[in-house]
Design a protein around this ligand. Sequence first.
Ligand code: ADP
Ligand code: MG
Length: 212
Amino acid sequence: MNSTPFSSLPLPPAMLSNLEQLGYRDMTEVQAQSLPLLLEGHDLIAQAKTGSGKTAAFGIGILHKLNPTLFAVQALVLCPTRELADQVSNELRRLARFADNIKVLTLCGGAPMRPQIASLEHGAHIVVGTPGRIRDHIGRNTIDLARVQTLVLDEADRMVDMGFYEEIAGIVSACPARRQTLLFSATYPDDIRKASAEFLRQPAEVKVEAQH
Ligand code: ADP
Ligand code: MG
């Protein structure tokens, strides 16, 4: 198997040395296929199984574009469950260590609203959350998505299976039309095809076959 190091990507040295410190030297297959497209600004639909390193794929894409001096929500990541949202937030915080002031906020259902509203008033660069709760914040006008430049639908097939399609559609329409949208899914059923057509613009497609 060929391996491609992260250092072959046009990333700033500080990001590359942080990846090295995390023990990430070579890209996984989904990273190697998607990152060149992602860094060029394409919308992307990527199909790959669990454990293939999808979080770093979109995380590096988000962080590469992020302006740490602009204290506004510049990336929104939707996940099916609180557990997955926490995992994604933790990975994003590790990937963001090359800068010391990038704030990642997790907003999930089942947690009280008021502290979340206080955190949003305080500000964040990246919000990770579940569709129901993000939709709630939009409805109450407690989240400002006007500066979102990257929208990620992580584990999109699971979110659709859980009945979140309409919430996702509402959230997408609260984001700027000019944005990069990335959809990650382990499977590619009709609902995901529909979501891709509705929410993404001329997406590049990446598919990583299961490895044995
Ligand atoms: P997925 O979202 O595809 O299920 P994750 O993003 O959760 O996968 O990554 C799975 C594991 O692989 C994590 O523990 C992560 O730290 C690790 N990982 C991701 N990319 C790399 C890499 N390039 N090199 C080494 N480990 C990696
Ligand atoms: Mg994942």
